[in-house]
Write a protein of this length. Structure first.
Length: 94
């Protein structure tokens, strides 16, 4: 297994354990936001890009799909913002 694959697997494991810890500490809303914006949005964006690339469609429909995918991409960094706010809040309470 290459070093990059191991690094990526470790990152996914850290993120999953962080979400699990938030869930267990009664922060389900934050855990849900992180899952949605870290897992669901990237998968939806990739699926949409694959659809635009491979599905036969009219140019107008393709342009609309690309605009929707672009809109999803603009929200895809919200999980990083939520984690940053959580860290700031946790460190200010300490």
């Amino acid at each position: 297994m290459s070093r990059e694959i191991r690094r990526c697997a470790a990152s996914v494991a850290r993120q999953a354990s962080g979400v699990r810890a938030l869930w267990e500490k009664e922060h389900q809303f934050l855990a849900g936001i992180i899952v949605v914006f870290s897992v669901v949005f990237p998968i939806a964006k990739l699926a949409g890009l694959l659809g635009v690339w491979f599905a036969p469609m009219e140019e107008r429909a393709r342009a609309k799909a690309v605009r929707v995918i672009d809109l999803l991409g603009r929200w895809s960094m919200l999980d990083v913002f939520v984690v940053a706010v959580t860290v700031v809040l946790a460190s200010s309470k300490a």
